[in-house]
Design a protein around this ligand. Sequence first.
Ligand SMILES: [Zn+2]
Length: 157
Amino acid sequence: MTERKDRLIQTRVPETLETTLKDEARRRRTTVSQMIRTVLEDTFHLVDDVVANVDMIVSDSVELAQRVGRTARRRAADADAPCGEALPDAADRIAPVQAWNEVVLNQAVDCSKCGAELPRGRRAYLGLCDDPTQVRAWLCASAVEALASEPETGEEA
Ligand SMILES: [Zn+2]
């Protein structure tokens, strides 16, 4: 048996989160510590490899995938990683936009294309649109960079 060099990390969590963690650990027939270790390892492994590849995540567990996937996307946005897989409604939200205006965020928003959270202080792109009934659209920087190589949305071939 190899010598264990694990380190202890403690953190305070609200009671509701503790309950959630205990319930989830019981459901998976594991301990809270082991489950947290697994989630953290998966999350950082995913981010390190910039695996925003949802298919690979889904093969593990759909529920874990959603949690880890969200974290991975959020972290991917932090790292200026490529815009992730397009959301189902991305084309509809982006089609009415006439131009993208670079802004510095004062509030966190989600990329309208991939759903990645763009934090306060980050540069993002606000969709300019004449129609005031349209939901405001946002893009992350890499989505805007990719525009030149994409066909125009909303124009069916
Ligand atoms: Zn994006």
